[in-house]
Ligand binder design. Structure first.
Ligand code: HEM
Length: 162
């Protein structure tokens, strides 16, 4: 089944029709999506700028990551759920949009980077200056922050690209 016929099939399902035809669902879910963006980007700003040595340098990276990582995960779960509902409501417009797939690839990259790059820091014996790839920490922190910012741009761009 091609992506196009999958999107057409989804479009005809009762749930997709209900999402589209119930006037409050899309704006309400979009609002939830935007609130969750604040959670992801807020947590990324604080954690990445700490790891880049710019913010909260009077606290250990571990303390900052430990405090903000749960916000990142719960906001991402909310984004995934709300994004799924938005996509289900307009499957053709979303699934056939190249910017949507660029955004999904970046979300996956940001997620993987967060997973690989944050958990070692949570270990009680972790010392940033003795880390195996200490020289990579600052560039990775900036890269991670840049990824989330580009994801926001892609999210907004979906509506303007066909
Ligand atoms: C995790 C999976 C995600 C899915 C499946 C998803 C899906 C979607 C969909 C379908 C839309 C509506 C696009 C349209 O109709 O124009 C949207 C909008 C948007 N998304 Fe996501 N998204 C996800 C995660 C994220 C993340 C992590 C961010 C940013 C950190 C983000 C930022 C945005 C923005 C800024 C918009 C535009 C909102 C608006 O103007 O109403 N999304 N997303």
């Amino acid at each position: 089944m091609s992506l196009q016929s999958f999107a057409s099939h989804l479009y005809g399902t009762p749930i997709s029709t209900a999402i589209r035809e119930t006037s409050w669902i899309i704006p309400a879910v979009q609002s939830v999506h935007i609130i969750a963006i604040a959670g992801v980007v807020g947590a990324a700003i604080v954690m990445d700028l700490r790891l880049a040595g710019v913010l909260a340098t009077d606290e250990t990276p571990r303390a900052v990551v430990k405090r903000h990582l749960p916000w990142m995960w719960s906001s991402l779960a909310l984004l995934l759920t709300s994004g799924f509902v938005l996509g289900l409501g307009e499957p053709y417009r979303v699934l056939m949009n190249a910017v949507f797939w660029v955004k999904m690839a970046l979300v996956l990259t940001g997620f993987t980077l967060t997973l690989l790059f944050r958990y070692p820091i949570l270990h009680p014996d972790y010392r940033i200056e003795h880390a195996r790839a200490a020289a990579l920490i600052k560039p990775l922190a900036w890269a991670s922050l840049a990824i989330w910012v580009v994801v926001v741009f892609c999210g907004r761009w979906i509506a303007y690209y066909q």
